[in-house]
Design a protein around this ligand. Structure first.
Ligand code: FAD
Length: 387
């Protein structure tokens, strides 16, 4: 097997973005190793493609604002369409504490440059979303630049452009371990044998922890199942329906892309324990319909499209923020732990990693707060707006 200067482990949207940004910055010998027969078969292929700048922490907001600009110009940058559709995200609050939280977050988002984000009152919400039960809603926030992209479109754009720039991609190549020599990475062991390299970036999503451990590093990334119910209505939904998120229950729904009468809905399960199962649970259907009954009764008229329902894995960290950058093993880098935001943050992540790997530091955005050592130092971040 031909050696490589830089090995990227994992061919999801994050690995592809890192490859794109590295090769755009002049890196010549970049190799993506993916164990599946195609890119995108991990969490990227399960993602629903929501993008938003409505976060609580400065770093998540900044990562989103940068990434939204990239999605807007994605075709000019990569030659591929990512179908960015700014339909908006509406968060609804059912008590004053939630509304206060949204107010503080919106002010922070605006102060960091977010445009078109505002606090909205109950009347505005009820006008904007036909047939939403607003009886217990005290207000909300709406971000008009938030919306949807096609996760596999983003992956394809980054991966194809990286290949045009000279990156190589090897599918059906599973990495078993990361090898080190004198405190520095030296190779990966794969089903095709050893591949020597100068630098490694671990982009293996929910499966990254075991590989990090092979190099002696504890990467606190755990797999958490997330499920989506896909349903179809006999009648069309309003054509400007945004993503709607109920802060009190985590219940959310959004229109399916390219369809006026199909909808995706879900809720987070705070009791889910880490495991690698991606089996869709039938009982989840009743669970989300129960939540829909209260907030959006019109969804109860829909019929489940069982073949499109899905379950995938979040790659979760203890503080629900990504882990970006290096560690005590020289030339070993991580781009993991996005906790549900990996597609939307893939542009900022790729750029940050490429700047760190080629220049020692992310210049366009200070991402030091996302370093792995924050866990050892007890400097965890705090994001409440995760779903
Ligand atoms: C139901 C659901 C909905 C979601 N919705 C959204 C959303 O709306 N917006 C958003 O931004 N994010 C969303 N996410 C999260 C998002 O999907 C992930 O954060 C993102 O895809 C992570 O990308 P990744 O490239 O790091 O991981 P992945 O896409 O999982 O890629 C990792 C790759 O590494 C490969 N791999 C693993 N181990 C090895 C090995 N040993 N050797 C070689 N290859 C290996 C895997 O096969 C995989 O292809 C959602 C996730 C789920 C499950």
């Amino acid at each position: 097997m031909k050696n490589a200067e830089i090995i990227i482990i994992g061919g999801g949207v994050v690995g592809a973005s890192v490859a794109y940004h590295l090769t755009e910055s002049g890196a010549k010998d970049v190799l993506i190793l993916e164990r599946e027969n195609l890119l995108g078969k991990g969490s990227t292929g399960k993602a629903t493609g929501g993008v938003r700048a409505q976060f609580e922490t400065e770093i998540n907001i900044k990562m989103s604002l940068y990434s939204l600009d990239v999605f807007k110009h994605f075709k000019e940058l990569t030659g591929f369409d990512c179908d960015y559709e700014p339909r908006g995200y509406l968060f609804v609050a059912t008590d004053q504490a939630q509304l206060d939280f949204l107010k503080v977050s919106v002010e922070r988002q605006k102060s960091l440059g977010a445009e078109g984000v505002e606090i909205v009152d109950t009347q505005t919400i009820s006008r904007r979303i036909e047939n939403l039960n607003c009886a217990d809603i005290v207000g909300g926030s709406f971000g008009e630049r938030d919306g949807f992209i096609n996760p596999l479109g983003v992956l394809e754009g980054f991966a194809k452009k990286a290949q045009q720039n000279g990156a190589r991609i090897l599918n059906e190549t599973e990495v078993f371990s990361i090898e080190t020599r004198n405190g520095k990475v030296s190779a990966v062991a794969t089903n095709y044998g050893k591949i020597e390299c100068e630098k490694i970036v671990l982009c293996a999503g929910a499966w990254a922890r075991k590989l990090a451990r092979s190099a002696g590093i504890d990467l606190p990334v755990e797999p958490l199942k997330r499920q989506i119910v896909w349903a179809k209505s006999k009648t069309n939904f309003q054509n400007d329906l945004p993503m709607v998120i109920d802060l009190s229950t985590g219940f959310h729904f959004r229109p399916a892309k390219d369809s006026i009468n199909e909808i995706l809905f879900a809720c987070s399960d705070r009791n889910e324990t880490p495991n690698f199962s991606t089996d869709f649970e039938e009982s989840f259907i009743a669970e989300v319909y129960e939540k829909a009954k209260h907030r959006a009764p019109f969804l109860c008229e829909t019929k489940v499209v069982r073949s499109k329902c899905r379950a995938g894995l979040y790659e979760n960290t203890p503080d629900h923020h990504a882990i970006l950058g290096g560690c005590q093993i020289e030339n070993l880098y991580f781009a993991n732990g996005f906790s549900g935001h990996g597609v939307m943050h893939s542009p900022a992540t790729g750029r940050a990693l490429s700047e760190i790997m080629l220049g020692g530091k992310a210049e366009f955005l200070d991402v030091l707060c996302l370093s792995l050592d924050r866990f050892a130092k007890g400097e965890l971040l705090r994001e409440t707006a995760f779903i």
